[in-house]
Write a protein that binds this ligand. Structure first.
Ligand SMILES: [Cu+2]
Length: 336
């Protein structure tokens, strides 16, 4: 029995149990690219596990079977040097194993990266900013922030989402482990990836390339919805902001306090691009790229001084009186 493999198995079981409870569980793929990567990693783990078991068993066998049982004064047993057969075996076998591992990796990379885009796919351009995400849907004429919505992809009638990855500043990386492998967003070097989530739900991830102080709070949220729900969501997002005269003071302050220079609110003159689009701010569950829940209370704290949630954020605190702050937030919470 290969007893040295036991700690490895225990470790594997423990890791797996811990990982299963995690929303970024790499052992629970829910989309074709993630499945392919998962299967490949299990295959490689099996090959490497088998090598480990064979080598450690031979080692244990040799150590026990040929241990030194000589009495005092006895001569050494005959020493053997060189064996063409053995040298051939330990050269050819590893080369074969490496070739098999190389070919299986190459096959998965080809299958994931060169997959043709089927008609009816959703196209998204993701632009990474320090420290938030912008998502454009060119087919739908939409720009949203931080919470990516995509339809579920039924394997019998696939509607995958193709994501074109750009960066507005430094390197970032898009990684939602249950949906696909990591892909970097590099300035002046567009990358592409795709996902076809088989189940609706919320999938979490994280910018996976250090991009500055608030890298850790550059979280990814992918909302996978039924086709109907997705279409309804898109329709809602296409509408301009509906303003009410009761918050006219707040909306005027949004312009006079420079917020409009960095933020867009559809249907108003605010068309800034340095920060997230706020047209339908209240349709999002979180603010600050997944940092905190989107509640009126948190909005108030955020607008007073965003650094309380994200120390290194690129949104400066505005010089507002308490009353101005309340009026602006009263306006923001009407942006549904
Ligand atoms: Cu980043």
């Amino acid at each position: 029995m290969a007893w040295p493999a036991l700690p490895l198995l225990v470790l594997l079981a423990a890791t797996r149990a811990a990982a299963l409870a995690s929303p970024t569980n790499i052992f629970a793929p829910a989309s074709t690219p993630a499945h392919s990567i998962y299967r490949l990693s299990i295959f490689e783990l099996e090959v490497l596990g088998a090598i480990f078991v064979v080598v450690s068993s031979l080692l244990a066998y040799a150590a026990i079977r040929f241990r030194d049982g000589r009495q005092e004064g006895q001569a050494e047993p005959p020493q053997i040097y060189g064996s063409n057969q053995m040298e051939l075996a330990w050269t050819v076998l590893p080369v074969l194993i490496v070739v098999v591992l190389f070919l299986s990796s190459a096959q998965v990379i080809h299958r994931v990266q060169d997959a043709p885009e089927p008609p009816g796919s959703i196209e998204v351009t993701a632009v990474a900013h320090r420290f938030w995400w912008e998502y454009r849907y060119p087919q739908l004429g939409l720009v949203v922030a931080n919470e990516l919505h995509v339809p579920v992809s039924d394997p019998s009638r696939p509607t995958p989402t193709y994501i074109h990855l750009l960066s507005a500043d430094v390197d970032h990386s898009f990684w939602v482990p249950r949906l696909a492998g990591k892909t970097d967003l590099i300035p002046n070097h567009p990358n592409d990836m795709w996902i076809d989530p088989h189940q609706s739900g919320l999938y979490l991830g994280q910018c996976a390339q250090y991009c500055g102080t608030e890298h850790a709070k550059m979280l990814l949220r992918v909302y996978v919805q039924s086709r109907d729900e997705f279409d309804r969501w898109a329709q809602g997002q296409q509408q301009p902001a509906v303003t009410s005269s009761s918050v006219a003071v707040g909306s005027a302050l949004f312009i006079s306090k420079a917020c409009f220079a960095c933020h867009t609110i559809g249907g108003t003159i605010a068309a800034g691009k340095a920060g997230p689009d706020l047209t339908h701010l209240m349709s999002r569950d979180t603010i600050g790229s997944g940092s905190v829940p989107n509640t009126p209370d948190n909005l108030q704290k955020w607008v007073r001084n965003p650094a309380v949630f994200k120390t290194g954020t690129l949104m400066p605190a505005q010089d507002l009186t308490d009353q101005e702050l309340q009026q602006i937030v009263a306006y923001l919470v009407t942006l549904r």
